[in-house]
Design a protein. Structure first.
Length: 179
């Protein structure tokens, strides 16, 4: 089984840079699975920034919806980086697809993979309560996605101001019983 890692954090916390470093550290090459769709100029600039960091060591796939298919198709080779689960969730919700089923299938499939996979996601629930129903639904869904994938992953990191904090496995929690 390939190791699975989830990296979460706030906006511009260093998540993607850390994920790229971890992925390339495993073999010097990687498969970059981009989930973003470019809907406006600002998102286009963010995508271009990510693309500018990638060199010839990366093979890139762009897939806004069928993430599990791309992970299965790319398995058995180089480590994969998925950037990001939050944008994937956005795509599924806006297309009115069953995101709960897609996340459950992804989490269930993780033990099947032979090549490592590193997921990037956003920690969106640490701020204020959004003012509209769709934003609240997204915030809640993102929290549930993060929990389910974190449970299925071997390791979880939180990035804070460019520094990673290891969340899982947590040796302290293994020594105590939570009630």
């Amino acid at each position: 089984m390939g190791k699975s890692i989830l990296i979460t954090g706030g906006a511009r916390s260093g998540k993607s840079t850390l994920a790229e470093q971890i992925t390339l550290s495993q073999s010097g090459k990687g498969v970059y699975i981009a989930t973003s769709q470019v809907f406006d100029a600002e998102i286009g600039e963010r995508v271009a920034l990510h693309q500018s960091r990638r060199g010839a060591e990366w093979q890139t796939y762009e897939e806004p919806y069928d993430l599990l298919r791309v992970l299965r198709d790319s398995d058995g080779g180089e480590p994969r980086l998925v950037d990001c689960l939050t944008l994937w969730l956005t795509n599924l919700m806006l297309a009115e697809r069953d995101w709960r089923a897609a996340v459950a299938e992804l989490a269930a499939a993780l033990p099947e993979f032979t090549a490592p996979v590193v997921f990037v996601t956003n920690e969106v629930g640490a701020g204020i309560v959004p003012e509209n129903k769709l934003a609240r639904a997204f915030r809640d869904a993102a929290g549930l996605v993060n929990q389910e994938i974190a449970t299925a992953c071997d390791e979880v990191y939180l990035t804070v101001s460019g520094y990673p904090v290891k969340v899982k496995p947590n040796d302290i929690l293994a020594q105590i019983q939570l009630t």
